[in-house]
Design a binder for this molecule. Structure first.
Ligand code: PMV
Length: 307
């Protein structure tokens, strides 16, 4: 039994989403995680997971490791008294801890493959909820946007605590994703914004309101087939993120490089202070924008078609 889940990118609204403003995210279909479950001829539950450098019996992985938790939460949910004898392999072309949702994609792919193998497939909302619980181990207090976009495998308009709204694009668009190579735990940038928000609540609330408008307009442009209009919105969203102190010299340099190389707009994506940026380009220019980003120091670039 095989199942796969996509990576994700946050298009608009990161950080503001933690304060109940809308954000948009989309799956990256070119980079996925695949989980395969097979009967095992030897007793025990065997896991092959090169992405965490683990090959062995699941019991050798700490019980509080997010991957162990996927298994234990699922077995509990399915009321299994003892873990079955299985062989499970996880393959991923998503980089780990790079803001592309690798952790959530592993959870979603595993939950699906395991529950289907055990003849009790989980509904998508249950996969989403269980992945959210496991995301807390990676990120502390996530908004829930990553698990939603990956579990639903559709663009989402996400407001914390509200039912998930997926939406369709009228016209696909091309993004170049570039990684600064600077590790930046989302937990820390979220904590940093919280401290500033506590000190200067009115200013931050106003910034979040501006970003909320951008996310709402962006959804409209995507749904009505005007993705080129997203470029200007990306530039504006990036400025607000700079004001919130979650950009960095490396992110700003890549954003400037992408614009100079002909991108229609660019912004950081995700937690910020490192990690990834995204640039909107015409399909024909994507390669040259990616090359310019590599020359400017990006450690990895990925060209992806959204929708
Ligand atoms: O770093 P990422 O791609 O997992 O995105 C984090 C997005 C935040 O809005 C900063 C945090 C969250 O939980 O939504």
């Amino acid at each position: 039994m095989k199942s796969s889940a996509p990576g994700k990118i946050i298009l608009f609204g990161e950080h503001a989403v933690v304060y109940s403003r809308p954000a948009l995210a989309a799956p990256i279909r070119q980079a996925r995680v695949e989980a395969e479950v097979l009967d095992s001829d030897s007793p025990g539950l065997w896991l092959d997971a090169p992405l965490i450098n683990f090959h062995g019996e699941l019991s050798a992985l700490p019980a509080d490791h997010p991957i162990s938790r996927v298994f234990s939460d699922l077995f509990q949910r399915l009321s299994l008294s003892a873990p079955p004898d299985l062989r499970v392999s996880i393959k991923s072309d998503l980089p780990v801890a790079a803001g592309l949702g690798s952790g959530a994609a592993v959870s979603v792919a595993l939950l699906r493959a395991l529950s289907e193998f055990l003849h009790q497939p989980l509904p998508v909302e249950q996969v989403n909820q269980m992945t959210f619980e496991i995301e807390k181990l990676y990120h502390g207090s996530p908004s829930g946007i990553d698990n939603a976009v990956i579990a639903y495998d559709m663009p989402v308009y996400f407001i914390k605590g509200k039912p998930i709204e997926t939406f369709a694009c009228a016209k696909p668009f091309t993004l170049v994703v570039a990684d600064t190579g600077v590790p930046a735990p989302t937990k820390e940038s979220v904590g940093g914004v919280r401290r500033l928000w506590l000190r200067d609540t009115n200013r931050f609330e106003a910034l979040f309101d501006e970003i909320a408008q951008i996310s709402t307009m962006a959804r409209h442009f995507i749904e009505t087939g005007r993705p080129e209009a997203l470029g200007e919105l990306m530039n504006q969203n990036h400025e607000f993120l700079q004001e919130m102190t979650v950009s960095s010299a490396e992110l700003d340099a890549l954003v400037a490089t992408a614009r100079k190389a002909g991108a229609l707009g660019a912004k950081l994506s995700g937690g910020g202070r490192g990690g990834n940026m995204i640039a909107l380009t015409n399909q024909a220019q994507a390669q040259s924008v990616a090359q310019a980003l590599t020359s400017a120091g990006a450690v990895r670039t990925l060209i992806t078609e959204i929708c």
